[in-house]
Design a protein around this ligand. Structure first.
Ligand SMILES: Nc1ncnc2c1ncn2[C@@H]1O[C@H](COP(=O)(O)OP(=O)(O)OP(=O)(O)O)[C@@H](O)[C@H]1O
Length: 616
């Protein structure tokens, strides 16, 4: 199995080194802004220490030159040192001060780094949660999101590397100044020897990063195989289905693809870096050769050559650190670029609908007209030409085969998805123009795949939004959903943690979880209630309880009930007293296909013949 790489990967592959280098300042300034937002004092301390350390490096090297001149030029070294005592003291103070300030700068960077990671990650979370729900159906969004999470993690490295780079670059600048003062020909040689090394390091980083991008889809696939093989949710099926060998084979297959791609990239990167290092070795040899030549031809005094040799060594060490830190910074900035890229990819998906508000006591009526919907990247619409009306106090049942579009329609009626064409209006307000937070605050949804929140039982029902009366309301909702017995059996009642993978966490059965999921919808005192197969995992008694309560619960609410209960044609049928007809596909709408007549909540329980009218 192979996942297609998305536009995101291709766009990254096409980025040239020059293009990325041009974007580097922007990426760095983004990191600086992040740092500034998270801890200004640490940023200021970092800057002050860095500037101070640079000034002290220059001072120390200038003092070094004077001390070395005293040592090499005079016959009496001790006398020379005594005469230049100030330079010796300055050298000692500047050198130790520089180490101190360097350590302070590193400490400030270390303090800043985790905060920057947190802030960058929060930006990813904010962008993801602000995006339209349908964005999650777009593979590019998913790939960009995966890459962004890595990128956010690297923000900390970026700050540490930036500190290291500026520190090394300051040392280099100071040493290079001294070398230039001693003899102007040495500096160009130094530069020539470092350029190939820098080129190799940067080019190698780009090759490896491009491979990382090509591997993104496979990396995700492998981690899915890994988690499906080992996680608790799937552990029983893995064993009962004797799937372990198959999953391990798939894991190996994807891993070998990943490793082959990685190996190819590493070979290329090593080759490029090797060429750069070899050229640098030639340049270094030339630098030393020129120094020897200058001394042997009498164009440079031995004392000056000694100082130059020291400065060249310092420069070389600083250059090596600068190149290493620069290459790492470059690689990190590529990851940070992924982070920034996700924010850019997510931006157009940001929910921006309009300021229209639904009346405080609304919606009284939900009207869908000619609604069609196609998932991003899908070849055919999931819904086509659906029209219906749903009033407060009515229950509408969406019935149809698997894949007929019931869940999609339910999400469109609540405004979770916007139709590709047609409109959904609440009291005449098009949901495409309505403030989504305000509209969704009027919706309670029991999704098909409800979440087992690793929280206390109370928060699993209130979703962190307790009603003014507190626990009595929680118990009332639990009672309506048949979850009161579940809570009563918990060791600490509503305070019991349901984070089953943690110590002290309590586990529930599938049906018990579903009762909680239904209770959470009942707890939300809102006018629109959507239940997507809410009784699939319930026993007959619990199902009966929900159905018998539904009438009371639907009182004053617009309720959508999704079920596959009836044997019906391939399209879902919307049944309610006011339904105009719903048909997700070209297939026709209709109530006529339903075995139960359309009805509203008021006629619902009285016309039932079985405990579950949806499953005759
Ligand atoms: N993320 C997606 N991307 C592309 N197509 C999708 C996506 N999700 C659903 N579909 C397609 O949309 C159609 C309707 O799906 P939907 O989940 O609404 O059906 P359903 O009637 O609720 O099915 P079920 O009874 O199995 O829950 C299906 O054909 C499905 O393949």
């Amino acid at each position: 199995m192979r996942l297609a790489s998305g536009r995101h990967v291709e766009a990254s592959d096409n980025l040239s080194t020059a293009a990325i280098a041009r974007r580097l300042p922007r990426t760095l300034s983004q990191a600086a802004r992040l740092g500034w937002r998270t801890d200004r004092r640490a940023v200021l301390a970092l800057l002050a220490c860095q500037i101070g350390a640079t000034a002290l490096t220059v001072t120390a090297l200038a003092a070094t030159a004077r001390v070395l001149a005293a040592v090499f030029t005079g016959d009496d070294i001790a006398a020379g040192l005594r005469e230049n005592l100030t330079a010796v003291v300055v050298l000692a103070l500047a050198a130790s001060g520089r180490y101190l300030l360097d350590a302070c700068a590193r400490a400030a960077a270390a303090r800043l780094a985790p905060k920057a990671v947190r802030e960058a990650d929060l930006e990813v979370i904010t962008a993801a949660t602000a995006a339209e729900l349908v964005a999650y159906e777009d593979p590019d969004f998913a790939d960009a999101h995966a890459a962004a999470s890595d990128g956010a993690e690297k923000t900390g490295d970026l700050i540490l590397d930036a500190q290291l780079l500026t520190s090394a670059a300051a040392q280099l600048a100071a040493a290079a100044t001294v070398v230039t003062v001693l003899h102007p020909v040495v500096l160009p040689l130094l530069v020539l020897s470092v350029v190939p090394c820098a080129w190799g390091a940067v080019r190698g980083a780009r090759i490896e990063h491009a491979a990382h991008h090509r591997n993104l889809a496979d990396s995700r696939l492998r981690s899915v195989f890994r988690s499906y093989s080992t996680e608790r949710n799937t552990a029983d099926e893995v064993r009962a289905g004797t799937m372990a060998a198959f999953l391990i084979r798939q894991y190996r297959l994807v891993s070998s693809r990943l490793e082959a791609e990685q190996l190819r990239a590493t070979r290329q990167a090593l080759m490029v870096q090797g060429i750069g290092d070899a050229l640098t070795a030639v340049g270094t040899a030339a630098t030393w050769g020129v120094l020897v030549l200058l001394v042997s031809s009498g164009r440079m005094e031995l004392a000056v050559a000694g100082t130059a040799a020291l400065a060249v060594r310092t420069s070389m060490a600083a250059l090596a650190t600068t190149v290493r830190a620069g290459a790492r910074l470059f690689r990190t900035s590529l990851s940070l670029d992924d982070w920034a890229r996700f924010l850019a990819v997510a931006k157009p998906w940001t929910t921006r609908r309009g300021p229209a508000l639904i009346a405080e006591d609304g919606p009284q009526v939900i009207t869908a007209r000619d609604v069609s919907f196609t998932y991003p990247g899908a070849y055919r619409p999931a819904l086509e030409g659906v029209s219906l009306d749903l009033k407060r106090g009515e229950v509408i049942a969406l019935v149809g085969e698997n894949g007929a579009g019931k869940s999609t329609l339910a999400r469109i009626l609540t405004g979770l998805y916007l139709p590709t064409s047609g409109s959904v209006r609440w009291d005449g307000v098009d949901l495409a123009d309505a403030d989504p937070d305000e509209a969704l605050s009027k919706v309670a949804l029991v999704p098909q795949d409800y979440t087992r929140w690793p929280l206390a039982a109370r928060e699993n029902i209130t979703l962190g939004q307790p009603r003014p009366d507190g626990d009595p309301d929680v118990h009332a909702a639990a009672e309506a959903a048949g979850a009161d017995g579940v809570i009563a059996a918990l060791p600490h009642g509503l305070d019991t943690s349901l984070a089953r993978s943690w110590w002290g966490g309590h586990d529930l059965s599938g049906g018990q979880w579903q009762r909680l999921a239904v209770a959470r919808a009942f707890h939300r005192d809102v006018p629109v209630l959507v239940m997507d197969e809410p009784t699939a995992a319930l026993d007959a008694r619990a199902e009966h309880r929900i159905y018998t309560r539904l009438r009371a619960l639907a009182e004053g609410r617009a309720t959508v009930f999704v079920t596959i209960g009836w044997p019906t044609p391939a399209s879902p049928t919307a049944s309610s007293s006011s339904t105009k007809g719903a048909s997700p596909r070209p297939a026709p709408s209709t109530n006529s296909s339903a075995k139960e007549p359309p009805r509203s909540s008021s006629s619902y329980s009285s016309s039932r013949k079985t405990d579950s009218p949806w499953r005759p």
